[in-house]
Design a protein around this ligand. Structure first.
Ligand code: 4LM
Length: 401
């Protein structure tokens, strides 16, 4: 398999596995549920793992294999497994690695559905969960117990963009024989490669930057071959959150422009964050690309940019924030991120509505927080739309007074 030392080239050429009968440039879509055996013996040998070859697309498919090979290459791991959603990847990873009586240490801030899975479903299976601030070394060390098997985090964290030091987490985990899982959705391998910092499993909601066009829901796990194979043949096979060949193909296509898109998302987010930071109507901006952010110290060391997502709070009431969001003309009111369109949402009532109000307060996620995922439009258009909506929201506040 041909590879380059440059990620930009690998997003296009690297990991190509399925050449296709007619030598197509684009990867063939093997849109099939099952594969025909030449003989009963051949089928039995494939089931027994004694012969190479596909069996059934829930177990593996050539188009999906290619996506997995490409993602393993981009994340610098031995193997990868693709899923029908990011949450499919999260649940297959944790349920594949933890059993009744085990303990998970995780962050007090997580994507809303990951929080719900850890807060409600895992305890129902007899798995203990501790929610701590993973950027606080003492808190992480204090949370570890003899039955701790996994440390799980996101960085930057959805929705507040706080940053976790990956080297530190890997060192703490390795000394206690604990497996680490890091959700790299907000960075993509273009801006951050957790495996280089000693992280065992790298997770993506491929719905976001990897696909990049808002038309697929998918997930990926990258890691060592033995762990990935174990997950493929247990929780992915038996719980079944498999990706379709067509969706795998759309992500392979998206990956070819990943480096260009991420660069532009990053530039646009930084410009919007800088503009908002100086705006009299804005109380606070959370963006790791700003020198004022606590995660800025890891820029260059762990991350090659602040990413495409930022969060902020308006001065003034919650109603004013709602009025601002409702006045946007070009930016879309929608959850998700990493798409060509700038997307804006309200975490407390949307992506993080799985948290009770007191859980939001404990996690430090303000009710007034707004999250913006910068798109690929000209940055002047994004800023102009935000400016006109802020002006309208101010008028709204005056007329309400
Ligand atoms: C959102 N996020 O924030 P699927 N990990 C992270 C995520 O942000 C998400 C997932 C996993 C949003 C969805 C509505 C850091 C999702 C879950 O949605 O299952 O592909 O990924 O807007």
């Amino acid at each position: 398999m041909w590879t380059s030392k440059h990620l930009e080239t690998n997003t296009i050429h690297g990991g190509k596995t399925s050449q296709g009968e007619f030598g197509p440039l684009s990867t063939p879509i093997y849109q099939t549920s099952t594969f025909v055996f030449d003989s009963v013996e051949q089928g039995a040998e494939r089931f027994a793992g004694e012969a190479q070859g596909h069996i059934y697309s829930r177990l593996g498919n050539p188009t999906v294999d290619e996506l997995e090979a490409r993602m393993a290459l981009l994340e610098g791991t031995e193997a990868a497994a693709a899923f029908g959603s990011g949450m499919g990847a999260v649940s297959a990873a944790v349920l594949g690695l933890l059993k009744q009586g085990d303990h998970l240490v995780t962050s007090h801030r997580l994507y809303g559905c990951t929080f719900a899975l850890f807060n409600h479903q895992l305890p129902a299976f007899g798995i203990e969960v501790s929610f701590v601030d993973l950027s606080d070394e003492r808190a992480v060390r204090a949370a570890i117990k003899p039955n701790t098997k996994v440390i799980y985090g996101e960085t930057p964290i959805n929705p507040c963009l706080s940053v976790i030091d990956l080297d530190l987490i890997a060192i703490i985990a390795k000394s206690a024989n604990i497996t680490t899982i890091i959700d790299n959705t907000f960075m993509s391998p273009v801006l951050q490669q957790p495996a280089k910092h000693g992280i065992d499993i790298i997770l993506h909601s491929a719905t976001k930057f990897l696909n990049g066009h808002g038309d697929v829901v998918a997930g990926i796990l990258c890691g060592k071959k033995d762990i990935i194979d174990q997950i493929k043949m247990t929780t992915r096979k038996d719980m079944g959150a498999i990706i379709s060949p067509h969706d795998a193909w759309l992500i392979i296509r998206g990956l070819k422009t990943l480096h260009l898109r991420v660069e532009r998302h990053n530039q646009n987010a930084l410009a919007v964050a800088s503009y908002l930071q100086d705006h009299p109507m804005i109380k606070k901006v959370d963006y790791p690309g700003l020198a004022s952010h606590s995660g800025y110290k890891l820029l260059g060391k762990q991350m090659h940019g602040g990413g495409g997502v930022l969060a902020f709070e308006l001065n003034g009431s919650f109603d004013q924030a709602v009025a601002f969001m409702n006045q946007l003309q070009m930016c879309k009111r929608a959850v998700s991120l990493g798409d060509a369109e700038t997307l804006i949402q309200h975490p407390a009532s949307m992506t993080h509505s799985t948290y009770e109000p007191e859980e939001l307060a404990a996690a430090g996620i303000p009710q007034t927080l707004v999250r913006l995922a910068a798109g690929l439009e000209h940055v002047d258009d994004i800023i102009a739309d935000i400016e006109q909506a802020l002006v309208s929201a101010k008028k709204h506040a005056k007329s309400a007074a």
